[in-house]
Design a protein around this ligand. Structure first.
Ligand code: GDG
Length: 493
């Protein structure tokens, strides 16, 4: 990194800790996930601050602040909470973020509820984040904002006169221009993004989609394209957009999968599941994950290839999500119905084709499931990256797994040569890939898996963070080293 004098401030919807009430006391437990794993070492080493919602609402009262300060002191960087009310959570989080941006950006415009009240609440919460941040930062700070909950923070900081560097990373896909243009607040959203100096996407496809949206809505001029980056100009400011595919902590996953504890767990799981080859799915319950399409493809594979029966078990881990939203409850009911149908149709006295767990498991159990499975089935209808595909491959310590991967997962751009690629809407093709994966020769499995593992090792989550920070620290600087924001304070809108 070229410059370590500037303090890093990370913003994300959630803080990297989870506050839990135990009796009358609050406890903060460290959060999990790639973002926490990537940012923790950097913040621990250089110091800095993480701003986000601590997971408690205003209505739940106070008394949790001490727990947060203690975790901050232990980790070596500060945690700055942005407290939200129940009403804000419903309209900003469930509303705009998850009922407008999430479905639209994953290509499901018909699932969107374009409620102006949601958009207003979203602005209010982004203003709260900007308030908290502007109290803490100066123009030497470097601010990195994560994901679709916080598009507006840069504009709102610029309006307060902030001229320091601001970078944004989108973890979900950026939609095609046809879908994006359905958003009632489309020009505003693009202007909000263009108030950042660097905008990072998961894939080249997302970057292209963004470039097309910028041109279609005439909000900035494309001044150049090089090495996967898009250079833009808007009102005298230079902005860069690029593709930065997120990675995993490869050594952590590979190391855990090889431990004695996981090896014992693999043996236990195999004896629980029975003497069958395992196909594995691991997904949050969400319509973007293509769970129903995957079940139908598996059903077709059993139908077309009777030799699979009593030979394979499809084990699906479904992580509960948004259970109180009717749409998600309906998805769960439909999932259960199809599982029931397939099991009813094909089960024998000693074999059941699908086993599924509707729960979260601990990291050791997850690692054992990854290692046990002969085939990883990652077939989302659309996904920003999909870390499960990478974690599954990193956990193949014997190099003998096979990955079936949707062409609509962000991971496709990096892993398509080693994986068996499918269009998840094509039931026949997915059924064929399942059969092919199960029957793939060991030598071919190893060749493909080695190729994937090599990519994952080279582009792990630390590489990702470093690439992004290097670019972010380089953009927006004039040759004299001054941050080049000629029009601070009137950048967007
Ligand atoms: C966003 C984007 C993008 C799952 N079940 C269990 C468990 N998991 C962990 C996995 C994996 C993560 O959850 C899910 O991976 P995603 O890639 O879907 O990540 P999200 O943060 O949900 O989604 C996505 C990602 O951001 C990163 O940029 O890839 O496209 O939507 O890490 O291991 N972990 C444990 N138990 C489980 O039962 N411990």
């Amino acid at each position: 990194m070229d410059d370590r004098s500037d303090r890093l401030t990370i913003l994300s919807n959630r803080l990297p800790v989870v506050l839990k009430r135990r009796g009358s006391k609050w406890q903060a437990e460290p959060g999990s996930g790639g973002l926490v794993q990537a940012m923790n070492p950097i913040l621990c080493e250089d110091g800095g601050c993480w701003v986000g919602w601590p997971g408690v609402t205003m209505e739940e009262g106070e008394g949790w602040e001490g727990a947060l300060t203690r975790v901050g002191a232990d980790s070596g960087y500060e945690l700055e909470p942005v407290v939200l009310s129940q009403n804000e959570l419903e309209r900003f989080y469930e509303g705009y973020a998850n009922s407008v941006v999430w479905p639209l950006f994953h290509g499901f415009p018909d699932r969107c509820t374009f409620d102006p009240g949601f958009f207003e609440a979203y602005g209010g919460v982004n203003e709260k984040f900007a308030d908290v941040v502007s109290e803490r930062v100066d123009d030497d700070s470097f601010i990195w904002v994560h994901d679709y909950h916080l598009f507006e923070v840069a504009r709102r900081l610029r309006q307060r006169g902030h001229v320091g560097r601001l970078a944004f990373y989108l973890h979900i896909p950026f939609p095609s221009v046809e879908n994006f243009s359905k958003l009632p607040w489309r020009e505003q959203l693009l202007s909000d993004l263009l108030a950042y100096d660097l905008i990072g996407f998961q894939t080249e496809r997302d970057l292209r989609n963004f470039g097309r949206a910028v041109e279609a809505h005439d909000v900035a001029v494309v001044t150049g394209k090089d090495g996967g980056a898009l250079h833009l100009a808007r009102r005298g400011r230079a902005i860069e957009a690029g593709a930065f595919p997120i990675g995993i902590d490869y050594e952590d996953f590979a190391g855990r999968a090889a431990t004695d504890e996981v090896t014992r767990k693999v043996a236990k799981l195999q004896s629980d599941i029975g003497p069958y080859q395992v196909l594995l799915g691991v997904d949050r319950l969400d319509y973007s994950k293509g769970l129903l399409q995957r079940l139908r493809a598996y059903e077709m594979a059993l139908e077309n290839h009777p030799d699979l029966r009593e030979e394979v078990v499809f084990f699906q881990l479904v992580v509960p999500s948004r259970e109180n939203v009717e749409e998600y409850a309906a998805l769960k009911r439909e999932f259960d119905r199809i599982v029931g149908r397939i099991n009813g149709r094909f089960s024998t006295a000693s074999w059941q084709p699908i086993q599924y767990l509707y729960n979260r498991v601990d990291p050791v159990e997850l690692s054992a499931l990854y290692r046990l499975a002969s085939v990883g089935l990652v077939t989302p209808l659309r996904d920003g990256m999909n870390l499960v595909s990478k974690e599954y491959c990193a956990s193949q310590v014997e190099g003998d797994g096979a990955l079936v991967l949707s062409e609509f997962a962000g991971a496709y751009e990096q892993l398509n040569e080693g994986a068996l690629v499918v269009n998840p809407y094509d039931t026949e093709e997915t059924a064929r890939a399942i059969y092919e994966a199960i029957n793939m020769a060991p030598v071919e499995r190893r060749r493909r898996m080695e190729q994937i593992q090599d990519i994952l090792r080279r582009t792990d989550v630390f590489w990702w963070a470093q690439q992004f920070l290097l670019r972010a620290r380089a953009v927006g600087r004039r040759p004299d080293g001054v941050i080049g924001l000629e029009t601070a304070g009137r950048t967007a809108g």
